[in-house]
Design a protein around this ligand. Sequence first.
Ligand code: ATP
Ligand code: MG
Length: 564
Amino acid sequence: MRRTRFFLPTLREDPSEAETVSHKLLLRGGFIRKVASGIYNFLPLGFRVLKKIENIVREEMNKAGALEILMPLVQPAELWKETGRWEAYGKELLRFKDRKEHDFCLGPTHEEIVTDLVRKEVRSYRDLPLILYQIAPKFRDEIRPRFGLMRAREFLMKDAYSFDADLEGVEKSYQLMYSTYCKIFENCGLKFKAVKAHTGAMGGDFSHEFMVLSETGEDTLAICENCGYASNIELTPAISKASYPIEPIKPLEKVYTPGVRSAKDVAEYLGFPLEKITKTLIYIIEEKEPIAVVIRGDHELNEVKLEKILGGKAFRLATEEEILKLTGAHPGFLGPKGLSMKIIVDKALENYPNFVIGANEDNYHYVNANLGETFKADLLADLRKATQGDLCPQCDKELFFLKGIEVGHIFKLGTKYSSAMRATFLDRDGKEKPILMGCYGIGVSRIISAAIEQNNDEKGIIFPWAIAPFQIGIISLNKIFSDKAEKLYSELSALWEVLYDDREESPGVKFKDMDLIGIPLQLILGKSFQERGEIEVKIRKKDERFYVREENLKNFISEISKTL
Ligand code: ATP
Ligand code: MG
């Protein structure tokens, strides 16, 4: 591709609307443009990356024997009503009416559509197993679309669905998709990790997330180097290393703590370590029942664990007004003693002596509170996020933590959808049984953002070879080399994807643009060519340079590209 014939509007400055590196670079590099919140145009450069990823995904899915189909974005409400998700799915499901006043939605996922397809066509165990997939737009009316393609409202997903006759079959399909996903992310040139995950609104009983490792990731992963345990922190049991020093229980004492609210300030004011302070949080369940949750000041509440304890019921933090009404005090002075509501206490406070709680009276705390003595717990449970120093639930060695971006999620669904929608088959024994399902998603467009978050420097993007929009860039620094540049361009284009910057721009502008858009190999015709007939080959990743004679160039590129 000649740069003069290509539609590549780059920007010099960071756009103010973008917060993350990948979002900034996607806009600056002319990959995408915003149409509305969370809705984007893909420009030719962005489209090329998208298609590359799509093709890697397609190739591996096909190799696994999955069959590509295409399902509609617009879906009738009737199917969603059958599974109860028409009501249960939140506002992310964009619902609307057609001209005949029939209810429809834009598909955020396709379990209902695919289950409907399969229940009508699959009759017998002979038709199973079956894995169907598509690569198609999804729409989710995300509450906070952000970070460009990372959390968009309209985005491209690969979604696959497996159908099996028995548990052994589901396990096989699941493992097949697991290994296929590993190959896909490897082939994209990404550093990733598969972790055990929460099943969330999708339901089902088992799932793994695939995380691209990046400091900027929103998810935290707990990893054990010793036994290979890996889970999303949402799911990690919190197991403390230290056992508490034996301490006699001291008498409860009410202390004056004027204006001292946060656990950190209370610790400082009283001269206690932070771990001796507790936080009491008031939640409202399903807009009616208040509950109190008590955890240590140095710990963080894991809301996914709380959600599980509450049996999946909706809950939210109480407002300041509600808190005042329920406890008689402002936030910062809350404690479990004397509260007339259900009290759930984190396990780390079991047998934990002499800690500090709020007194439910402004400007007062109690010191030397003890569970069982000072107040009772209705439930003692693991509520906190695992943290540095905690132990692996499998082998007792210390865990370590990484940040990641979720790019794929696989679920064993069991019969959740097939039972609700009566998708059955006749088994060998002549009995009618619900089909066992799995579902498997990859955020194809999110991978672009994740890849950039993982691979960038101050000059711009550093694309892995496999997903780069162009693999090779040619820059000629002097008009006298134009013929040579043309020749290189036409020869190399037969083997690789080449962007030839044939603009009449300064070398500086050309270098900057090539670096910004992340072309992994850059061929420069300049001083070394003039003096010694050698082409300067710049490796974007390490900013390394090699000087290669034309006759050796193709071999050199073939070899070096394996390391990119
Ligand atoms: P998240 O927790 O990030 O909202 P999810 O659990 O809702 O993701 P799934 O329903 O499992 O996601 O969708 C499959 C994949 O689609 C995800 O792993 C992710 O890579 C991608 N994805 C989900 N929501 C978005 C979005 N709003 N924008 C871009 N990609 C998305
Ligand atoms: Mg989501």
